[in-house]
Design a protein around this ligand. Structure first.
Ligand code: GRF
Length: 200
């Protein structure tokens, strides 16, 4: 069976990238990671990729470069590799259509909250605070297609509820969410590759 080709974009720790790397190595995900791109040179995820001999690229946006020009350049660079899927696994830069137009229906994002909840950064902290205020009883995660510049918004591929326990600390909730993400991201990419799930 030919393997699906992935490019993974990260900005930080890369624990979700690690879950994808592990699943590829174990053969439970029929995919090959062609390249890991980070917009931050310090991202630990780059080390994770290197230790599996996966090519990496640091694609930093210089201050004088317009965001749309950066996106265009990044899109062209990645499109040359002809990936089947582009996975945003903790990628902290909002991508414009200059990037997205290269991969219609093929960019997949992971968000540590349920659809429509806490878009943007610090979603877990904000959910934790909302729970403490009595505004929500549970939180969750979602994996979705990125069709446009909407923040953490787009056709939902998978969601999973994550309970918040009354005596949770923020760290405990973060751990529970991340463990759920690692499983759901791999599972969703596997279902996309197999054709069981259709984007958009
Ligand atoms: C995850 O919580 C993801 O949902 C969010 O950023 C975090 C990335 O974590 N978009 P990691 O870098 O994969 O460890």
């Amino acid at each position: 069976m030919t393997k699906s080709k992935l490019v993974v974009l990260i900005s930080g720790s890369g624990s979700n990238l690690q879950a994808l790397l592990d699943a590829c190595e174990a053969g439970t995900l029929p995919a090959k990671i062609l390249l890991v791109v980070s917009n931050k040179a310090s991202a630990y995820g780059l080390r994770r990729a290197e230790s599996r001999r996966i090519p990496t690229a640091i694609f930093k946006r210089r201050k004088n470069v317009d965001r749309r020009d950066y996106d265009e350049e990044l899109g062209r660079f990645i499109a040359a590799l002809e990936p089947d899927w582009v996975i945003l696994a903790g990628w902290m830069h909002l991508l414009s259509m200059n990037f997205l137009r290269y991969f219609p229906g093929r960019v997949v994002n992971l968000h540590p909250a349920l659809p429509g909840q806490f878009p943007g950064t610090h979603a877990i902290e904000r959910a934790f605070e909302a729970f403490r205020q009595g505004d929500i009883e549970q939180t969750g995660i979602m994996v979705h297609v990125v069709p446009d510049e909407g923040v953490d918004d787009g056709p939902v591929l998978a969601t999973e509820i994550v309970p918040i326990e009354p005596d949770d600390t923020l760290e405990a909730l973060e751990q529970r969410i991340h463990a759920t993400e690692h499983r759901l991201l791999v599972e969703t990419v596997r279902r996309l590759i197999s054709g069981e799930l259709h984007p958009g």
